[in-house]
Design a protein around this ligand. Structure first.
Ligand SMILES: O=C(O)c1ccccc1NCC(=O)[C@H](O)[C@H](O)COP(=O)(O)O
Length: 261
């Protein structure tokens, strides 16, 4: 079993347990359910820099990155830096995140917030909405075409942006549909952890122009972003490069300043 299979197997058990404890109807009572989304897709279309900064304490590929974070402070630092949006990992077992992290980030900033999670069930979309997310992630490697359709249409009915993530041509071909707002190419193979920015470059030509293109993972230099922009990318998801420093917000500020020069 590869790591992605393990994560998804654990996630299925976690979601089943949560559903047995907290009914979906409970999430619909959250005051955040009435909140209008702050669209990441729209922010990226207007932005010159396109940075989406992630809150990531640890990961299967890198183990501990930054255990001593205050998610509210990190969110404020990212907002002050001028990022287009923030990604908040909510998986506890493999990434040390939680839905509370998402809620604390929401309480601290107005920028678009992505719930970074392994979504397999509509219940998780209700949780995302109830904890202040503006965007949800769907990972093509773990979903069928009909699951992507069902989940993305449900997300849109909840007024959430949908970022669909692919890593190869097969995943891309099975996923393209009108209920997606952004297409993300993950440069990291989630089964082997190999990272190559060439993945974004190679797949870019196959992504229809009507989707906002996002390049994800392994990005740590201004040069890499300039090169990816040539391939039509408008968004750049960066986690470890900011989170491994003592002050992720400050690191994002310096990065964005260099990008603007
Ligand atoms: O980051 C991992 O090791 C990982 C392993 C298995 C599944 C997902 C994983 N990461 C999720 C992400 O996509 C990244 O956190 C995100 O793109 C930021 O990547 P980076 O800038 O390389 O931290």
């Amino acid at each position: 079993m590869n790591i992605l299979d393990k994560i998804v197997a654990d996630k299925k058990k976690e979601v089943a347990l949560k559903k047995s404890i907290i009914p979906a109807s409970q999430w619909e009572k959250s005051v955040l359910f009435e909140r209008n989304r702050n669209s990441l897709a729209e922010a990226l279309k207007k932005s010159k820099t396109g940075i989406i900064a992630e809150h990531k304490r640890r990961s299967p590929s890198k183990s501990t990155i930054n255990q001593n974070t205050n998610v509210g402070q990190v969110a404020q630092g990212y907002q002050k830096a001028g990022v287009c949006g923030m990604s908040v990992l909510t998986d506890m077992k493999y990434f040390g995140g939680s839905l509370e992290d998402l809620l604390l980030a929401r309480a601290s900033v107005d920028i678009p917030l992505l719930r970074k999670e392994f979504i397999i069930d509509e219940y998780q979309l209700l949780e995302a909405k109830a904890h202040g997310a503006d965007i949800i992630l769907l990972i093509a490697a773990v979903l069928t075409t009909s699951e992507i359709k069902k989940l993305s249409e449900f997300a849109q009915s909840l007024n959430l942006d949908v970022l669909l993530e692919v890593h190869n041509e097969e995943e891309l071909k099975k996923s393209i549909m009108p209920s997606l707002d952004m297409l993300g190419v993950n440069n990291r193979n989630l089964k082997t952890f190999d990272v190559s920015l060439d993945t974004s470059k190679e797949l870019s030509l196959l992504i229809p122009d009507d989707f906002v293109k996002v390049s994800e993972s392994g990005i740590s230099s201004i040069e890499a972003i300039k090169a990816l922009k040539q391939f039509g990318y408008k968004g750049f998801l960066i986690g470890e490069n900011f989170m491994k420093t003592e002050n992720p917000g400050q690191s994002a500020t310096e990065f964005i300043k260099s990008l603007e020069q």
